[in-house]
Design a protein around this ligand. Structure first.
Ligand code: FAD
Length: 459
């Protein structure tokens, strides 16, 4: 008898799981129904800042596969359909359809791929006209419509994480005066403050006013209820448009109500096969789960598309009768603001401390190409290595072209458990247009290895 797979959430995790399961089991054997409350499936939120900034087309270009294309492949996609209850004991979900009618659907396998909820602090004015999030394609369209209005000259971006800095770039590309307001001491709090300071300098060099250490208290509105300024304890920053990039939290209200296990960051807890702990036939992945950080050994909420797609594939493989597991993450993330690339992997200093790891650091300045080659942009690399063992703990890079993806060397080294001394011998490619003869990552590893050795000698 045929089984039924029900997917809740039709983006990266949900549709990857559905597609992979369909590849492995045909429609006679497995019926697949995917409920998505929005208007789109398989869309790239990652592309929204670049679409808004004009670097790419959108929104259609950001849709990897439409509902119609999924249906043609044997996946019953239901748009405008929100799952409001999971009845795990009976193996069924309650769905509110586009016309508002509610209906139960039974499942043999359930995939929870509900993603994340953008953080919107409950402050006065947060829902005013002219205040925008950037989570969905509809949000992207709303921002572009907002930018089209009369007299839009000043943008305030709230939040200095990667979405905030990407949106600051997008606003600059529309010719606006941009202020970035962030409660942390430096933008890009995923980096150490010394590396975040480089991002701040880069933003200021591009003409962005960076206001740090300032939590937003209120969005001030005009008589028509439109946002006109953002207020912090330290001042007011005039705005014709306000963009929120305050991060996200796991969308697990449904899971919580169903009594499913949540971790300390509010994400669902799964085993390595991405099956929800303590359940037989409920699976979860992407932005609604917590993942193991392989360097710190702790569970974290790491809402990135790279993991979401992998989780979906693993879930679909397992439901499809195969076997796949997710080992965890090392904490790799890349971003950019205009020409300045930003990258990190592993642990930053405060994370290493919190994990009880003692470490030495090395910071080096180099260039992305041979010094004599045109456009050899500067690059700063910071490395953390464990005291005594010399095991690599983290890499952060800020610099010009070629900076960001260099961090992947660090990600591989972390996964392999390499020491910084072993990294010095890595056979990385070299030619003048691509790197100096000593790649910046190798120079940083050399300096970190020296610091480890000096520390051992000094004990
Ligand atoms: C502006 C922006 C830029 C980003 N840039 C990057 C990047 O450069 N690199 C990177 O790795 N990641 C990036 N991300 C993160 C990445 O987009 C997410 O990690 C990824 O989309 C998560 O996929 P998901 O399937 O878990 O969740 P989501 O993409 O959030 O999808 C969840 C879906 O579930 C639906 N849903 C939720 N609840 C229900 C319900 N009860 N019933 C029916 N449907 C429901 C939602 O409508 C949504 O479509 C970015 C995100 C944003 C917002």
């Amino acid at each position: 008898m045929s089984e039924r797979l029900v997917v809740v959430g039709g983006d990266a995790t949900g549709m990857s799981a559905a597609s992979q399961a369909r590849r492995r089991r045909d429609a006679d054997d497995l019926e697949i129904v995917a409920f998505e409350r929005g208007r789109h499936v398989s869309y790239s939120a990652c592309g929204i800042p670049y679409w808004i900034g004009g670097a790419t087309d959108g929104p259609d270009a950001l849709i990897a596969r439409t509902a119609k294309e999924h249906r043609a492949r044997g996946i019953d996609v239901r748009l405008g359909s929100e799952v409001t209850t999971v009845d795990a004991d009976a193996g069924r979900v309650l769905v509110r359809g586009p016309e508002g009618r509610e209906e139960w659907t039974g499942y043999d396998h359930l995939v929870l791929a509900t993603g994340a909820v953008p953080i919107r602090p409950p402050i006065p004015g947060i829902d005013a006209r002219g205040v925008h999030g950037v989570q969905t394609l509809d949000d992207g369209e709303a921002v572009l419509r907002g930018l089209d209005g009369e007299g839009i000259r000043r943008a305030v971006v709230v939040g200095g994480g990667y979405i905030g800095v990407e949106m600051a770039e997008a606003m600059l590309r529309h010719g606006l005066d941009v202020t970035l307001v962030d409660r942390n001491p430096q933008p890009m709090n995923t980096l150490d403050p010394d590396m975040g300071r480089l991002v701040r300098t880069a933003l200021e060099g591009l003409g962005v006013s960076v206001v740090s250490g300032a939590a937003v208290r209120e969005v001030l509105t005009d008589r028509e209820g439109r946002a006109r300024a953002v207020a912090t304890d330290g001042g007011e920053y005039p705005a014709d448009i306000v963009v929120l990039g305050l991060g996200v939290r796991p969308a697990t209200a449904l899971a919580r109500a169903a009594g499913l296990p949540l971790g300390e960051h509010g994400g669902l807890l799964t085993d390595r096969a991405m099956r929800v702990r303590g359940t037989e036939r409920i699976w979860a992945g992407g932005d609604c789960v917590e993942v193991l950080n392989l360097v710190s050994g702790t569970f974290k909420h790491v809402p990135l598309g790279t993991h979401a797609n992998k989780h979906g594939r693993i879930i679909g493989t397992n439901i499809g009768g195969g076997y796949a597991t997710f080992p965890g993450v090392v904490g790799t993330a890349v971003s950019k603001v205009c020409e300045v690339e930003i990258a990190r992997t592993g642990l930053k200093e405060s994370q290493a401390c919190a994990a009880g790891l003692d470490f030495v650091t090395a910071v080096i300045e180099s260039t992305g190409r041979a010094g004599y080659y045109p456009d050899a942009d500067p690059m700063t690399v910071k490395m953390l290595a464990e005291r005594g063992t010399g095991r690599l703990l983290g890499v952060q890079i800020v610099g010009g072209q070629g900076a960001a993806k260099r961090v992947d060397v660090g990600a591989v080294a972390l996964t392999a458990g390499l020491t910084v001394a072993a990294m010095v011998d890595l056979d990385l490619g070299y030619a003048p247009p691509f790197s100096p003869v000593w790649d910046p990552v190798l120079v940083a590893a050399r300096k970190a290895a020296d610091a480890v050795a000096a520390d051992v000698r000094g004990r």
